[in-house]
Write a protein that binds this ligand. Structure first.
Ligand code: SAJ
Length: 406
């Protein structure tokens, strides 16, 4: 039996996927209202194919509880934030989940950590807990690190197709866990040691952060000298060995703007490129704000209440707004003591900011300048609704009309 700990964006789909493949699963989360919702037949966030997967897992007998279970395998998928000041990882949630699992686990249990952690975190924080437990109880517990890799918006597909990294202290345990993951994914599974697995995950997200920062820097250079960054990237990417990502209004979510900081926190003298890249990405919301002001001036708009942000989530077609560029921008605006811009997002059904709209038409009625922050399908299908508006398109999706780009 697998006890999946943490039923958030990663834990829930993972628990459902294992259960749907006939593995006995209990999903545990300390948030009782989340557990009740799942027990009442509802999923807790929107994601392609998640409801179908949930129904399948229910048919196979998945259980949701707010208590840890006596199990052979624990799969921990809890948040790993970073300390804003030191930039180092905050492993409190992982440690607490490990402690609770140790209190109840069977002899020879395996604790799999799926949460992203910086290299050395498991040795520094998790292993001492396990060692102490083994010393006190004479029971054996194995640690495995299997960093998650799924992307919001395509999680269900990626869970069953992505290749995976399994870090373990011995090949025997690594291969045993690899066989279990083989039941859910047809991707290749690599077994390695724990620290290597920790590093690969952070490097994957850092690679993406640095590449996006490069695109953002190009956007700034091109704006400075009136060149079209999108056309330049499009042409460069036709070279067989060049793959530049897209510039944007900033980088959001819980991974790309967070995980690379772990490396900067741990290796400050050795992370020049990474540190700069993160700063460039973090500068983008302010850059969009400044450019919005310029566009207002160019068009004689003096009333901030006639300006609106389209999109509040951290990226397209998801309902997740953690660290979203729009929220970062609104926060920056507050530091200038300004009234927040109007905002609307088709995926956000509850109030998360002042001056928020819940209907596209009324939002568009009340603004003259629309800043497109997120390329949701909704706006792509309804670009005609922007006719007659001044548009600042930070996502390069609006082709006609009076459109300004990054
Ligand atoms: N973004 C750009 N330009 C781009 C691509 C993305 O500005 O060309 C922005 C997005 O709009 C968003 C942010 O970057 O604000 C992050 O989005 P994302 O789609 O790059 O990544 P996430 O955070 O949704 O998921 C990433 C994935 N990691 C990689 O692709 C290396 C996913 O596989 C990981 O599981 C996830 O982080 C995680 O949890 O670590």
């Amino acid at each position: 039996m697998i006890n999946v700990i943490g039923l958030g964006y990663i834990g829930l789909p993972t628990a459902l996927m294992f259960a749907s493949k006939d593995i006995k699963v209990v999903g545990t989360d300390y948030n009782s209202s989340l557990v009740s919702k799942l027990n009442d037949g509802q999923i807790t966030f929107e994601e392609n194919g998640l409801l179908e997967l949930y129904k399948k897992a229910q048919e196979k007998g998945i259980i949701f509880s707010n208590k840890f279970q006596k199990a052979d395998i624990y799969l921990i998928a809890v948040p790993t934030p970073y300390d804003k000041f030191t930039k180092k990882i905050d492993a409190t949630f992982v440690c607490n989940a490990t402690k609770s699992a140790l209190e109840i686990c069977s002899n020879n249990a395996i604790i799999i950590i799926e949460s992203t952690v910086s290299p050395g975190t498991i040795d520094q924080f998790v292993r001492p807990l396990v060692k102490e437990f083994q010393y006190k109880t004479n029971k054996k517990v194995h640690i495995v690190h299997a960093p998650e890799r799924i992307i919001p918006g395509n999680m269900v597909y990626e869970l069953s197709h992505n290749s995976r990294t399994i870090g373990a202290d011995s090949k025997e345990i690594g291969n045993f866990i690899a066989d279990i993951y083989k039941k859910v994914t047809d991707g290749e599974i690599v077994v390695t040691d724990i620290k290597t697995a920790e590093m690969t995950k952070v490097v994957e997200n850092t690679f993406r952060a640095v590449n996006i920062a490069f695109a953002n820097e190009l956007a700034k250079i091109c704006r400075h000298d009136n060149m079209d960054v999108y056309e330049i990237i499009r042409i460069c990417n036709m070279h067989p060995r060049v793959k530049i990502l897209s510039p944007g209004p900033g980088v959001g979510g819980h991974c790309i703007p967070v995980d690379p900081w772990f490396l900067v926190g741990d290796y400050p003298a050795l992370t020049k490129i990474i540190g700069e890249a993160l700063e460039i990405n973090e500068s983008m919301p302010e850059y969009v704000l400044t450019r919005t002001l310029d566009i207002m001036k160019l068009n004689g708009i003096t009333d901030v209440s006639r300006v609106g942000l389209y999109g509040l989530t951290y990226k397209e077609n998801v309902d997740d707004y953690r660290e979203s560029p729009s929220l970062q921008l609104l926060e920056r605006q507050l530091t200038h003591l300004a009234e927040p811009l109007k905002a609307y997002d088709p995926w956000i059904k509850h109030q998360i900011t002042k001056n928020q709209y819940f209907d596209l038409d009324s939002f568009l009625n009340d603004v003259d300048l629309v800043v497109v922050m997120v390329k949701h399908d909704e706006i792509k299908k309804n670009t005609y609704k922007l006719d007659g508006k001044i548009v600042f398109d930070t996502q390069n999706i609006i082709k006609n009309g009076k459109v300004y780009k990054l």
